[in-house]
Design a protein around this ligand. Structure first.
Ligand code: CMX
Length: 437
């Protein structure tokens, strides 16, 4: 048996039993009261999800199964000692809850390289039927849906499988899907930006290294960046739009392809994953309007204020949960300072970081004026030669699969129920809070 699946079975059953027992004994206990503010502000802070893969602390940032990003950068297995961790290791950690050995990570690399071979040809036909001018996220999400013809879960469900075994075909589908995403992403990249000049995968490479290779980047530097990028974007607890949507759709027992495609449609929004592209467009306009790639703090301040006066957001800044600089930003800046400290875009990102928080604070309404993951990721990719902004959200999506799909398997292990919160009319709320018009 697949060694990851075997370990998952060993750790999964006792945790599922634990949850069942706790609900039996404490199911009626009140966790939290909900305010009207929370209902209309997008359910912020409402505790209503169970996600083990990662937890976001507003002041500290993300921890994956209890481990901070700096810890993971030093403790997860790598190819080279001075390199970045392999995302395969983070997947193992999020799925199993234990730091993997290098041999387990190598096993996943090989397993994904094997499973990646099976993409049916109609998936590429579907991509090719879309105009090249359609956004890469449209092509990516369509391809994910097109791959659902291969769903083990759908077949097992139709064959009448016992629901306690659903996690098994879900695991199979998730492993297939994750293994194939780099091929799909690279195919779209080479289709749109390199005139369909495609590059075959190299089964001897790791998952992220292969993505860089198939996109056309052979240097060890870009592969190292891609491994870091794939680790940093993988998960951000359960309530963000892409994670929550994947989970929500999965509770209808939709297969992993349907569920993940739904999550990716959420990632494509400019307030979520598409912010990485928005940041680059904001920087491009800034450079054009000010007339220099090395603007002063005063010039940046004036440009940021003008953005707010037009009723627009400053992309890459702010967060629904975080209340400090996103460690995913800091870790990328650390990487840039180490390897490309003089890159013009990185210098610009640093100066913006000195100016924008103060501008946002002065509005008096922005709860978190600090940069998030998207404030630097595009500048880093661009400084390494990956300058085609529309592919950035696709890369985010490839990485995000690791977290949301490991959680989707756990949803089936836990037997999570159909998600179905209650809605009410405006009049109901008026009555509830005793408000007279
Ligand atoms: N620029 C301008 N205004 C901002 C702002 C920003 N970067 N961040 C928040 N605000 C505004 C909000 O639009 C809101 O204004 P209104 O009251 O007029 O509606 C007000 O400040 C309060 O918002 P908040 O509670 O601080 O933030 P939210 O939880 O509502 O939204 C987020 C969070 C990320 C959508 C918001 O900060 C934002 O729009 N940032 C820019 C887009 C971005 O970078 N998104 C990426 C997030 C990370 C990711 O998912 O990838």
């Amino acid at each position: 048996m697949d060694l990851v699946k075997k370990r998952l079975q060993e750790v999964g059953s006792p945790r599922a039993e634990l949850l069942k027992k706790m609900v039996r004994e404490h199911g009626g206990k009140v966790i939290q009261e909900v305010t009207l503010d929370q209902v209309v502000s997008g359910m912020k802070g409402i505790v209503a999800l169970l996600t083990d893969s990662s937890k976001l602390d507003p002041a500290e940032g993300i921890r994956f199964r209890g481990h901070s990003i700096p810890e993971l950068r030093s403790r997860l297995p790598k190819i080279n000692e001075d390199g970045e961790p392999l995302p395969e290791g983070l997947f193992y950690l999020m799925l199993i809850g234990e730091l993997p050995e290098k041999s387990q990570v190598d096993y996943i690399s090989k397993e994904w390289a094997r499973r990646a071979q099976g993409i049916p040809s109609h998936v590429f036909d579907v991509i090719n039927a879309l105009p090249k001018s359609s956004h890469p996220m449209i092509q990516f999400n369509t391809a994910i849906l097109a791959m659902s013809t291969e769903s083990h879960f759908r077949r097992a469900y139709m064959d009448g499988m016992d629901k306690k075994d659903y996690w098994d075909p879900m695991y199979e589908g998730v492993m297939d899907l994750i293994s194939r995403l780099p091929i799909i992403a690279a195919y779209i990249y080479r289709r749109v930006f390199f005139n369909d000049d495609h590059i075959d995968m190299d089964p001897s490479l790791d998952w992220a290294g292969n993505l860089a290779h198939m996109m056309g980047y052979e240097s060890e530097e870009v592969k190292r960046l891609m491994r870091l990028y794939m680790v940093l974007h993988a998960d951000h607890e359960g309530g963000n739009v892409s994670a929550h949507t994947t989970h929500l759709v999965g509770t209808a027992l939709s297969n992993p392809y349907y569920s993940f495609a739904a999550g990716m449609n959420g990632l494509a929004g400019p307030l979520h994953g598409m912010a990485n592209q928005e940041v680059m467009m904001w920087l491009e306009r800034l450079i054009k309007e000010i007339g220099t790639a090395d603007p002063t703090r005063e010039q940046i301040k004036a440009y940021a204020i003008a953005t707010l006066e037009k009723g627009r957001v400053i992309p890459g800044y702010g967060h629904a949960v975080l209340r400090k600089t996103d460690p995913r930003f800091s870790e990328q800046l650390d990487f840039a300072n180490k390897y490309i400290p003089d890159a013009p875009l990185i210098k610009l990102v640093r100066t913006i970081y000195e100016v924008v928080p103060e501008v946002l604070l002065s509005t008096g309404k922005v709860k978190n004026p600090w940069p998030n993951v998207d404030a630097i990721s595009g500048s880093l990719l661009s400084s390494y030669g990956i300058k085609e902004y529309p592919i950035y959200t696709v890369l985010f999506g490839v990485s995000r699969a690791l977290g949301v799909l490991s959680s989707l398997i756990w949803d089936r292990i836990y037997g999570m129920g159909l998600e179905r919160p209650t809605s009410h009319t405006l009049e109901w709320y008026m009555d509830k809070v005793n408000f007279k018009a």
